[in-house]
Design a protein around this ligand. Structure first.
Ligand code: F6R
Length: 600
């Protein structure tokens, strides 16, 4: 969701910025722009649509070594050329890109910018106009920038050019992610280290309410009261090849295929030298001493959290509640004395989850973040972090992060159970190994999945995914995958709940995908399939070896029943992928969606 890049050095800024924006495409956007400064002036190029559309309007003859760039995911104002960033002040002296939402922008407009002619509908334009106003009143740019930042309420990551100063990019951050990358004779700015991996792997983290003066040779971080902050760069542990598609047609397919490898990597990362699974003692103490665990997450991560509840409750006997982050903040339940909050987030930047983290930290509670991104906001601000080790997930539709989240939660539950003296429910290392092998078998069944997608989903208007217990949670995820990339209206339902209303939607041919991997509900879910089939539905039963019958459409290899979501989700991911392909959808960049949802 919105991406920012900036470059100041000796090379062609245009190309570095455009390449950087291409690397941020996965975050989701609907327009893009760059501003570059040559010897005399700032040139702005913007376009609605893709980076390819922006490339087409960039004047190749402009030679510049400094610039900023932006991908915009519309919040204030429709996607359009005028609303695309960068935005300029009226006199054209200042040029700004912004990620985030300024909550008090209309108040600022009214109180400070009466009479200013605005060209866009964005909240961003208020910021750049305020900077120019303060500069016109005689402030140096740094001071005008600081003064403006002090007035802003909301979230922002900002990069600013001043036409009268060709040696500096002014940067600031509050709540929205932003990094400064360092190099020799150049420095860069990026929402995400991936964007600038082409030029550097050294990054400096920025904290909220900091501003940074970035020149070719220096990075000076200051607080808003002007105090200089010293902070050393860290090395981004990313391999450039991790963020390439290679021979795959889509990132999503690559990431689905990576899942067996990710599970094996997680086992290895969480094993000690003797091969036993281990978790940091402080985290274990926090989990086992809490009287209730609250899992907070959004979307796919929320679905992983539902499975995590089963794992923690059944293995470690710890009571767990799972909440959608955007609701929890407004609807906080009565909390016990020692709650532990677990935030699950692939990106570690999701604003809804972060809002809850801030609220529960203020209440003095402990928080653990399970994330794929080391150093992300949710990781930095929680007391503890467990990493997913899944490698960058680029496709908007989350796949390998979901299974990695469940695998890490299973390890946490397993080690917590052992530390509480609970009887061991399984040899988890062995069982996760079986899961990885089963995933491989499924990844090799692509032709069959392509066929199932064509048979059931490619031409339908809607679809249902049903299951009971843990299979219900997988159904929710299967439905989300299908709707987000194929735009088929899909709903996940508890098998027994359909008849309480939703069964009215079943018509002749409505596809109903039923997941049947749990012995204790095998007969009842099959009963629910019969109910919908009797009303004309086209059922597609996906069962697990050992529980299968002749009516099943696809049988997954047998794995431990508590770990079955790791395996049963793979056919659902693949079916969604092929359904989207058959419907000519943009699999990796579905409409309206952003990978990293950094606004509430
Ligand atoms: C769906 C998907 C989203 C994310 C959600 C939370 O495929 O990717 O539903 O799971 O936006 O994002 P994170 O996990 O980054 O907090």
């Amino acid at each position: 969701m919105c991406g920012i890049v900036g470059y100041i050095g000796n090379q062609d800024a245009k190309e570095i910025l455009l390449k950087g924006l291409e690397k941020l495409e996965y975050r989701g956007y609907d327009s893009a722009g760059i501003a570059v400064r040559d010897n005399s002036q700032v040139h702005v190029f913007k376009a609605k649509g893709r980076i390819a559309d922006l490339r087409a309007v960039v004047d190749a003859s402009v030679s510049a070594n400094t610039g900023i760039g932006h991908t915009r995911w519309a919040t204030h104002g429709v996607p359009s050329h005028d609303n695309a960033h960068p935005h300029q002040s009226t006199a054209g002296r200042f040029t700004l890109v912004h990620n985030g939402v300024i909550e008090n922008y209309s108040i600022l407009k009214r109180e400070y910018l009466e009479g200013t002619a605005f060209v866009s509908e964005t909240d961003t334009e208020v910021i750049v106009q305020l900077i120019e106003k303060f500069a016109n009143e005689g402030m140096e740019t740094e001071e005008a920038f600081r003064q403006t930042l002090k007035l802003l309420k909301g979230s922002y990551a900002l990069a600013l050019l001043d036409e009268q100063n060709d040696e500096t990019i002014f940067v600031a951050k509050n709540k929205s992610p932003l990094l400064v990358g360092t190099g020799s004779d150049f420095n860069v700015v990026a929402s995400d280290a991936m964007a600038m991996l082409q030029v550097t792997d050294q990054y400096v983290e920025l904290m909220d309410k900091e501003m940074v003066i970035v020149t070719k040779n220096d990075v000076t971080i200051k607080t808003l009261d002007g105090t200089v902050v010293e902070r050393s760069p860290y090395k981004a542990e990313l391999d450039a090849s991790d963020i390439e598609k290679g021979t795959y047609p889509h990132y999503m397919l690559k990431e689905i295929d990576e899942q067996p490898l990710v599970i094996r990597k997680i086992i290895q990362k969480y094993q000690d030298e003797q091969g036993s699974l281990q978790i940091d003692q402080n985290i274990l103490d926090a989990v086992t001493s809490s009287d209730r665990v609250y899992i907070i997450a959004c979307g796919t991560s929320y679905h992983a959290g539902l499975v995590g509840k089963q794992l923690l409750e059944q293995m470690a006997k710890i009571p767990v509640e799972v909440h959608v982050a955007s609701e929890f903040g407004y609807n906080m339940p009565l909390l016990p004395e020692k709650p532990l909050f677990i935030f699950i987030s692939q990106s570690g930047e999701t604003a809804d989850s972060r809002a809850v983290l801030v609220a529960v930290k203020e209440l003095g509670h402990k928080a653990l973040t399970i994330t794929n991104v080391q150093g992300s906001t949710l990781s930095r601000e929680a007391d503890y972090t467990l990493l997913l080790h899944a490698g960058p997930e680029i496709a908007v539709a989350s796949t390998k992060a979901y299974t990695a989240q469940i695998a890490v939660l299973s390890i946490l539950a397993h080690v917590a159970a052992a530390s509480k003296g609970e009887a061991e429910s399984m040899n988890l290392v062995k069982e996760l190994g079986i899961v990885a092998n089963a995933m491989e078998v499924l990844c090799d069944s692509k032709e069959e999945m392509d066929y199932i997608a064509r048979e059931y989903l490619s031409f339908t208007r809607n679809a249902f995914f049903i299951g009971r217990g843990i299979d219900y949670y997988v159904g929710l995820e299967g439905a989300l995958k299908l709707k987000e990339i194929s735009y088929i209206q899909a709903e996940g339902f508890a098998g027994g709940e359909l008849k309480h209303g939703t069964i009215a939607l079943i018509e002749e041919g409505t596809p109903v995908v039923a997941i049947a991997t749990q012995e204790n509900v095998n007969l009842s879910i099959r009963g629910n399939v019969k109910e919908v089939a009797a009303r004309g539905a086209n059922p597609c039963i996906i069962s697990m070896k050992g529980l299968d019958t002749d009516e099943d459409r696809f049988v997954i290899p047998a794995v431990h029943d508590l770990l079955s979501p790791l395996v049963s989700v793979v056919p659902l991911q693949l079916i969604a992928y092929y359904a989207a392909l058959h419907r000519d959808c943009d699999v990796d960049k579905p409409r309206n969606l952003a990978k990293s949802v950094t606004v509430e």
